[in-house]
Design a protein around this ligand. Structure first.
Ligand SMILES: Nc1ncnc2c1ncn2[C@@H]1O[C@H](COP(=O)(O)OP(=O)(O)O)[C@@H](O)[C@H]1O
Ligand SMILES: [Mg+2]
Length: 180
C-alpha cells in the first residue's frame, strides 16, 4: 500500500458517510465501502447482545489491502471503522441528533439502537476517537447539505485539523423528551 493515501470517512451510523462518499466517488475519488466489503467477505461476527456485527479491525485491514492492491493515490474509506485503519487523515461526518434519529427510524432501527446511536452522535464519540489518532481531522456537518467540494479540497490539499463548534444540546433534549 506504499503509494496509496488512505483517508477515512467516519461517523455514527446514518449520518451520511455513504452519501458523501458517493459524491466524492463521482468527482473522481477512488472510494471503498467498508460495510459492503465486510458483507461480501463475511468478516462480521454477529453480536446478539448489541444487535450489531462485530468486526476485527486487523482482519478488515487485511481484506482492504487485498482489495486495493495495485491502487495508487487517494483511497477514501467509507465506514464507521475506517478511522481505526492506518489512514493519513480522517473526515468525521456529523449530523444533528434529531435529524439522525429520523434517519435511523427510517432504517427501521430499534428504539434502543436509535437511542444508543443518537447519544453517541450527541457526545461526539467518533470525533473523539478520530482525534486520538493524532492525524489531521476534518469535521463536516451534513445535516442541511453535503459540501463535498470542501471535503475534496481538504483531502487533495492535505489540510490541517479543522473542527466545528456544533451544539446539539437542544436537539438532543427534544429527542430525549420524546423518547423517555
Ligand atoms: N445531507 C443529507 N440530506 C438528506 N438526507 C441525507 C443526507 N445525507 C444522507 N442522507 C440520507 O440519510 C440516510 C443515511 O445516509 P447514509 O449515507 O447511508 O449514512 P451512513 O453511510 O453514514 O450510514 C440515507 O437515507 C441518505 O439518503
Ligand atoms: Mg454507509
Amino acid at each position: 500500500m506504499v503509494s496509496v493515501r488512505l483517508v477515512a470517512v467516519s461517523g455514527s451510523p446514518g449520518v451520511g458517510k455513504s452519501a458523501l462518499c458517493r459524491l466524492l466517488g463521482e468527482s473522481g475519488f477512488n472510494d471503498v465501502d467498508l460495510t459492503a466489503l465486510v458483507k461480501k467477505e463475511g468478516l462480521g461476527v454477529r453480536d446478539r447482545k448489541r444487535d450489531a456485527l462485530a468486526v476485527d479491525v486487523d482482519v478488515l485491514e487485511g481484506a482492504l489491502k487485498e482489495k486495493i492492491r495495485g491502487s495508487s493515490g487517494v483511497v477514501v474509506l467509507d465506514g464507521l471503522l475506517s478511522h481505526h485503519l492506518p489512514v493519513e487523515r480522517v473526515v468525521v461526518v456529523r449530523c444533528d441528533a434529531l435529524v439522525l434519529a429520523g434517519r435511523l427510524k427510517a432504517r427501521k432501527y430499534s428504539s434502543e439502537k436509535i437511542r444508543e446511536n443518537v447519544e453517541a452522535e450527541f457526545l461526539g464519540v467518533i470525533l473523539e476517537e478520530a482525534l486520538g489518532k493524532k492525524v489531521p481531522v476534518l469535521e463536516v456537518d451534513v445535516t442541511k447539505e453535503i459540501d463535498f467540494k470542501r471535503v475534496a479540497g481538504w483531502v487533495k490539499n492535505k489540510g490541517e485539523t479543522n473542527l466545528l463548534s456544533l451544539d446539539m444540546s437542544e436537539s438532543f433534549s427534544v429527542f430525549l423528551g420524546g423518547f423517555i
